[in-house]
Write a protein that binds this ligand. Structure first.
Ligand SMILES: Cc1cc2nc3c(=O)[nH]c(=O)nc-3n(C[C@H](O)[C@H](O)[C@H](O)COP(=O)(O)OP(=O)(O)OC[C@H]3O[C@@H](n4cnc5c(N)ncnc54)[C@H](O)[C@@H]3O)c2cc1C
Length: 324
C-alpha cells in the first residue's frame, strides 16, 4: 500500500499516542487521533481548581520526569527552548516538569496534529483489510490502527479484533494510585518540595509542593500520592473519604500536626503504574502486527514513566512507517 493511501487511526493521545503521531506526521503519513479526555493530559494531566477566588492548578499525575535516552533528551531540549518544560531540581538532578502545567508538552504536540478530544473509541473491527473505528457518534475507515491506551483498556478494545495483541496486553497489571490535591492557607512546616519513597512500607509514595514548581503560583498546594498498597486497601472508598485518609497519613509520615486544608480533592487512578513484565518485556518497545496492520504502544511496553511512553510511541511509529 502506498503511503498516500494510508490513513492511520491513533487511539489515545497521552505521551505514547502523541509521540507515535508526531513521528508519523514527520514521515508524511495521515493520522486521525482520538482521545476520550477533554484535553491533553492522560496520566500527565493538570487539573484546575477554584480556591478562595483564585484559579490554581495541580499536576495530579506525573510529578516530574527524566530523559535518559539521547532521542528523548533531544526532544525535551526542544520543549525546554520553547518554554513547555523547565528543570525542577527539587525532584532530582535532571528532573523536568511541564510549564505552566505538566500537560504543556502534550498540548504543544497535540496542537498541530488536530486531536479529536472527547472522543472515546468504543470498538474496532476489521472488514476485508479495512479497519473500522467506532466512537459514540459514528464510524470511520482506516488502513492501520495504533492503540495507545493503558494495557488493561487495550486488552478490552482489542479482544475481538486483535486477540493476539489483547493477550499480550492482558498479561500486564497496573498498580492503582489515590492522589490527593490539597491547598493550605499557610506554608506547611515540611522541608523540601519533593518527597519520594519506593519503600513499600511507606504509605505515601510521592508528595510534591506543587506551588514550588517553576511557573506556578498561588496557595501552598500539595499533590500527595498514596503507595500502591495503601491505594489498593482503600480503592473503592468515595473520593472525599480517601482524601481525608491519605492526608492524615501524609501528616503522620512527616511528623507534622494535622492542618485543615482550604481545598481537598482526591483522584483515583485505577491504572497508574504498569508492572512491566511478561511477554512484552522481551526488549520490544511496542508490538506491531504487520499482517493485521494494528499495533499497541504505551509506557507498559518499556517503563512505567513518561520517557517509556514516548519511546514506545516512537517505536510503534517506526514499525508502521516500515510496513509501507
Ligand atoms: C499518579 C501518577 C504519578 C506518576 N508520576 C510519574 C512521574 O513522576 N514521572 C514519570 O515519568 N511518570 C509518572 N507517571 C507515569 C506516567 O504518567 C505515564 O507512564 C505516562 O504518562 C503514560 O503515557 P501513555 O501515553 O502510555 O498513557 P496515558 O497517559 O494513560 O494516555 C492514554 C490516553 O488514552 C486515552 N484513552 C483511554 N481509553 C480511550 C478510548 N477508548 N478512546 C479514546 N481515548 C482513550 C486517555 O484519555 C489518555 O489520554 C505517573 C502516573 C500516575 C498515574
Amino acid at each position: 500500500m502506498g503511503s498516500s493511501n494510508r490513513h492511520i487511526a491513533i487511539i489515545g493521545a497521552g505521551m505514547a499516542g502523541l509521540s507515535c503521531a508526531t513521528r508519523l506526521a514527520e514521515a508524511g503519513l495521515a493520522t486521525s487521533i482520538y482521545d476520550k479526555g477533554r484535553g491533553p493530559g492522560g496520566r500527565m494531566a493538570a487539573r484546575r481548581a477554584e480556591v478562595d477566588g483564585q484559579t490554581v492548578s495541580f499536576d495530579h499525575g506525573t510529578q516530574a520526569f527524566f530523559a535518559t535516552h539521547d532521542s528523548f533528551r533531544a526532544t525535551v531540549d526542544t520543549w525546554n527552548s520553547a518554554g513547555f518544560v523547565a528543570p525542577w531540581q527539587a525532584a532530582g538532578e535532571g528532573a523536568w516538569v511541564g510549564t505552566p502545567g505538566m500537560n504543556a508538552p502534550l498540548r504543544a504536540m497535540a496542537e498541530p496534529l488536530g486531536v479529536q478530544w472527547g472522543n472515546r473509541v468504543e470498538a474496532i473491527t476489521s472488514h476485508d483489510g479495512v479497519w473500522m473505528v467506532a466512537n459514540g457518534t459514528g464510524e470511520a475507515q482506516f488502513s492501520d490502527v495504533a492503540i495507545a491506551i493503558p494495557a488493561e483498556q487495550a486488552a478490552v478494545l482489542c479482544a475481538e479484533a486483535a486477540p493476539q495483541l489483547a493477550d499480550l496486553a492482558k498479561a500486564v497489571q497496573s498498580d492503582p494510585s489515590w492522589t490527593v490535591m490539597a491547598s493550605f492557607a499557610e506554608a506547611l512546616p515540611i522541608d523540601g518540595d519533593f518527597h519520594a519513597s519506593d519503600d513499600a512500607n511507606k504509605a505515601i509514595r510521592r508528595a510534591s509542593r506543587n506551588s514550588a514548581k517553576p511557573g506556578r503560583s498561588g496557595f501552598e498546594n500539595w499533590v500527595i500520592q498514596a503507595s500502591a498498597s495503601l491505594s489498593q486497601s482503600i480503592l473503592e472508598l468515595d473520593a472525599d473519604e480517601a482524601a481525608k485518609q491519605v492526608l492524615a497519613v501524609f501528616f503522620a509520615q512527616n511528623g507534622v500536626a494535622p492542618v485543615d486544608p482550604i481545598h481537598l480533592v482526591a483522584h483515583r487512578w485505577r491504572y497508574a503504574f504498569p508492572l512491566v513484565n511478561g511477554p512484552l518485556a522481551k526488549g520490544r518497545q511496542a508490538i506491531w502486527d504487520d499482517a493485521a496492520r494494528i499495533g499497541i504502544c504505551g509506557d507498559y511496553c518499556v517503563s512505567p514513566d513518561v520517557e517509556g511512553a514516548w519511546l514506545s510511541g516512537r517505536a510503534l511509529a517506526e514499525q508502521i512507517i516500515l510496513a509501507g
